[in-house]
Design a protein around this ligand. Structure first.
Ligand SMILES: C[S@@+](CC[C@H](N)C(=O)[O-])C[C@H]1O[C@@H](n2cnc3c(N)ncnc32)[C@H](O)[C@@H]1O
Length: 195
């Protein structure tokens, strides 16, 4: 069960961490419940899928995924900020929380998960990253997916961070223009990927 007392303090914690690392967090508050629910709705067969979230923050999307039926033992949340990781471990003790950099995702997940993940959700603010780092994170996320796996990126940018001639192809699946700020979910795949 989600610890509601801890959850109430997430906005304050998020804001404090944003003051310390604004570009790493990207926004001064967790994503809205509406955007989290729209992203979670992209998951089919929730009870059987293995999901990884990169950039889990205080766990707004993580909790929504569990509410939508994903089993906590099938959900791994990766987060760079150690304070957020402690918060996640206390508020979501049943999920797998990994403190680390998504640039090294396969090494963080290990062979039990690499190549076996159905969906990766990225909530990392890619638009603030150098193009090479951005591409590394997306390539590492694609590398842990099973052949039919999907990479969904939740963000506030209506335009793709990848240009047409780059190696990553983008497709906007969700547009919430009435969200504050407007929220979007993109699917990323390698150019020429047949799936
Ligand atoms: C927009 S916030 C998280 C939002 C959160 N998932 C939610 O549902 O509200 C982005 C998060 O990505 C994390 N992050 C940024 N770069 C990262 C990286 N290279 N590896 C893992 N997490 C990272 C930040 O620390 C921050 O917690």
């Amino acid at each position: 069960m989600v610890n509601t007392h801890l959850v109430k303090s997430e906005k304050l914690l998020f804001f404090r961490r944003w003051l310390k690392a604004p570009k790493q967090l990207g926004t001064l508050a967790p994503i809205s419940k509406r955007l989290a629910r729209s992203a979670a709705k992209l998951v089919h067969d929730a009870a059987c899928v293995k999901v990884v979230e990169i950039g889990a923050g205080t766990g707004r999307l993580t909790r929504t995924l569990i509410e939508c039926g994903i089993k906590p033992e099938n959900l791994t949340a990766v987060e760079l900020d150690g304070t957020f990781c402690n918060f996640l471990k206390t508020s979501l003790p049943q999920a797998n929380i990994i403190h680390g950099d998504a640039c090294e995702l396969p090494a963080l997940l290990g062979e039990k998960l690499v190549g076996k993940v159905d969906i990766v959700f990225s909530v990392i603010p890619l638009m603030y990253l150098e193009p090479a780092v951005r591409e590394q994170i997306v390539n590492q996320a694609l590398a842990v997916l099973k052949p039919s796996g999907k990479l969904y990126h939740v963000c506030y940018t209506p335009v793709s961070p990848f240009k047409k001639n780059e190696t990553i192809e983008s497709n906007r699946l969700v547009s919430l223009w009435m969200n504050i700020p407007p929220g979007f979910v993109w699917e990323f795949r390698r150019v020429n990927s047949l799936i």
